[in-house]
Design a protein around this ligand. Structure first.
Ligand SMILES: [Zn+2]
Length: 258
């Protein structure tokens, strides 16, 4: 009987402890020429206005994965993202399917993106997301060799196929079943934005990584605000991808796993 009670209390404390764990939601915006200028500026305005009304510990941070082509055509948008202090990461130069490229084309897409962001005077990007979240080992090795801090291209269930040698952090896109939390899929293909935003309001413990596209998200700012408000009340932090790599590195060090 005592053993049963002891096990019960251990499980109860473990449960309560897991409830207290900080949770992270990583909001990302993949920015491509088709997004244009106004939708991206609108998203920035929305987050900045929201943060002006929030307490210091409830501020929302997000990450923009930008293509090189977009950066060259929209330098004022890049300047605005930078001046507001949001992270800019690399989303290739011309948005190709990486699986169809040879090695030198992949390298080119990566370096041309970095160069374009440099010309647009963005800070040096620390992370990468492949277009269409389609990446292969060859591209991952290119990122590792060039000291990318993280890749955000894999999906939560495909990530296991890429090994875990820890040379570079991988932050997979979260999924519901087999469906990635990517607004293009839920809004454009499945035509279920309300289901998409419902899932965002009810994330699992730990970290949730979500992809928006400004051209879609700009039409659903009320829904996005409701998600942020609901999760902020539940002690969820909205942090940038690079900040997340720092937070998890500290946590892993603390546990002695890294
Ligand atoms: Zn994209």
């Amino acid at each position: 009987m005592l053993i049963v009670l002891a096990v019960f209390f251990v499980l109860l404390f473990a449960f309560l402890f897991s409830m207290q764990r900080p949770r992270y939601v990583l909001l990302s915006f993949d920015v491509e020429p088709v997004d244009g200028r106004e939708s991206v500026m609108g998203i920035i305005d929305f987050i900045v206005a929201k943060n002006e009304k929030s307490q210091a510990d409830k501020k929302v941070n997000v990450t923009f994965f930008v293509t090189g082509e977009y950066a060259l055509k929209n330098r004022d948008v890049i300047a605005r993202i930078t001046s507001e202090g949001f992270e800019i990461a690399c989303h290739s130069f011309s948005h190709p399917v990486f699986l169809r490229l040879n090695k030198s084309q992949k390298r080119n897409e990566f370096f041309r993106c970095k160069r374009a962001l440099d010309i647009a005077q963005a800070p040096k990007p620390k992370g990468f997301r492949a277009p269409y979240t389609l990446i292969d080992m060859e591209t991952i090795r290119i990122l590792e060799r060039n000291h990318a801090a993280y890749d955000a291209s894999t999906l939560s269930y495909t990530d296991v196929f890429y090994g875990s040698d820890n040379k570079m952090r991988r932050i997979p896109v979260s999924t519901v079943g087999l469906v990635p939390l990517n607004d293009v899929i839920w809004v454009n293909y499945l035509r279920s934005p309300s289901v998409f935003y419902w899932f965002l309001r009810h994330p699992a413990d730990g970290a949730v990584s979500v992809i928006f596209h400004p051209r879609n998200a700009i039409s659903y700012l009320n829904e996005l605000e409701a998600v942020i408000n609901a999760l902020s009340e539940r002690n969820v932090s909205f942090i940038s991808y690079y900040h997340f790599t720092e937070v998890t590195y500290e946590r892993d060090k603390g546990l002695g796993c890294s």
